[in-house]
Design a protein around this ligand. Structure first.
Ligand code: UGA
Length: 452
């Protein structure tokens, strides 16, 4: 329709902000992406996405060319330009604690507020402890003259790395936490492009309009549920293992019940990444502060189950290699182990809290010589874990290895030929950390196979 489209800014051009900025330009909005990191801004302005996300490069270049999308380090320009400003900066786990570090949110909001000269809506998107939107409102009140009428709202995101473009353009829901009709209308206008696209594709995107606290909680509740689902199936894997059951078939069988659903029931070495692990910890810390710690005590168990999976791989490795465990854990000295996978999941170059790398480090600490290969994550893995040895390819990693551990389910690893690999290893032993290989095929090729 002919209604004017609000001009959007995204503060923080990390994974979240950059993806949103680019995708909203694609939907036809005028957009500025802002960051304090001049190098990041220069790269984006030159058409380079600083992380791996399928489809995003092309959208970036196309929308830079139309002029709808710009990047800037100049907050005055951003404040002048935007009708709606999205806060997309990081909220890492506080060093030495479980809670979230809000210092980037605080500085982004403060700096923006000091530059605002007209009415605008500030919308939080970063994952935060419940109560943050209200705190931002107070920050804004402190720095912005009341007569400008600047307002705050909350709109969580649910992007999955590897599917981020789809998740922004075709979300399965839009959630907004608002205090006024004006803010509500503004956020409707912001998402009009998403709703219109859905209509042309004969889909519907549900819109949930709610209060601040609910909007903030929706995000962490969703991630807590997903983490719980993964730890649930991993707990079943532990039971299956001692009882002689097959967790993959169990997952399939319970997943046919639509109340349970078959997704996120893949047992393996557990969840990692920049979100689920830190979010469940921050959620517990916040619930504790609010006096509802008991309600989330199960998330501690979810975390423990998840950590146990990583240790389990090391024990399986020792078992296959015929090594006994001492009081300090298994001794793998003198063994050569190939680790296939460094990213926290396939189709990503992200190694934050990657279970695969945690296992690689644990194997190294147990005395093994470890060689790691990943199709996309090598540069980030090297930076995070310079103590590990890296190979240029799958074959190089596996050459003369006594054991192969498949720890991220990249297609190249799933499709690896056990016969050919069997020719170059020293011992045909494989730990399938993601239950992503065909055990029959590997066993027939002479491998001793252990799944999770
Ligand atoms: C997660 C959520 O899925 C998104 O909805 C959310 O928006 C995002 O966090 C966020 O808070 O920003 P992401 O971190 O990209 O997205 O990764 P997931 O696809 O959720 O995978 C997380 C981890 O769980 C991976 O290590 C993956 O290997 C593991 N996983 C996933 C399993 O072990 N089993 C499964 O069945 C599914």
């Amino acid at each position: 329709s002919g209604a004017p489209r609000p001009r959007l800014t995204f503060l923080g051009t990390g994974y979240l902000g950059a993806t949103y900025a680019i995708c909203f330009a694609e939907l036809g909005y005028e957009v500025i992406g802002f960051d304090v990191d001049a190098e990041k801004i220069a790269r984006l302005a030159a058409g380079q996405v600083p992380f791996h996300e399928p489809g995003l490069d092309e959208l970036l270049r196309r929308n830079l060319a139309t002029g709808r999308l710009r990047f800037s380090t100049d907050m005055a320009e951003v404040a002048e330009f935007g009708d709606v400003h999205f806060i997309c900066v990081g909220t890492p786990q506080r060093p030495g604690g479980m809670g979230a570090d809000l210092s980037y949110v605080e500085s982004a909001v403060t700096e923006l507020s000091q530059h605002l000269t007209r009415k605008a809506l500030i919308v939080g998107k970063s994952t935060v402890p419940v109560g943050t939107a209200e705190w931002i409102e107070q920050l804004v009140e402190k720095h912005v003259p009341a007569e400008l009428g600047v307002e705050v709202a909350w709109s969580p995101e649910f992007l999955q790395e590897g599917f981020a473009v789809e998740d922004v353009l075709r979300p399965n829901r839009v959630v907004v936490g608002v205090r006024s009709d004006w803010a509500n209308g503004m956020l409707y206008a912001v998402h009009k492009g998403v709703f219109d696209l859905a209509v042309t594709e004969d889909r519907e995107v549900p819109l949930v309009v709610t209060d601040f606290a609910t909007a903030e909680l929706v995000k962490v509740a969703a991630n807590a549920f997903l983490a719980t689902k993964i730890s649930f199936i991993n707990a079943m894997a532990e039971v299956c293992e001692v009882a002689g059951g097959d967790v993959t078939q169990l997952a399939k069988a319970i997943g046919y019940d639509p109340r349970i659903g078959n997704r996120f029931l893949q047992a393996g070495i557990g969840f990692g990444g920049g979100c689920l692990p830190k979010d469940i910890r921050a959620f517990q810390a916040r619930a504790q502060e609010l006096g509802a710690g008991e309600a989330l005590r199960f998330l501690h168990e979810v975390d423990l189950i998840n950590q146990r999976r990583r240790a389990r791989v090391v024990h399986l490795a020792a078992e296959l290699l015929g090594r006994r465990s001492g009081p300090a854990g298994p001794d793998l000295s003198g063994t050569r182990v190939a680790v296939l996978g460094a990213t926290f999941k396939p189709n990503s170059d992200d190694v934050r809290d990657a279970p695969s790398l945690a296992v690689a480090v644990a194997l190294l600490k147990a005395g093994a010589q470890v060689r790691v290969f990943d199709p996309e994550g090598m540069a980030n893995a090297r930076r995070a874990h310079p103590e590990l040895t890296y190979a240029a390819g799958m074959a190089e990693a596996c050459q003369d290895a006594d054991l192969v551990c498949v720890l991220t389910e990249w297609t190249d690893f799933r499709n690896a030929d056990p016969v050919a690999l069997g020719e170059i290893v020293a011992g045909r032993r494989v730990v399938d950390g993601r239950n992503c290989l065909d055990p029959g095929m590997w066993t027939r090729a002479g491998w001793e196979y252990r799944g999770m």
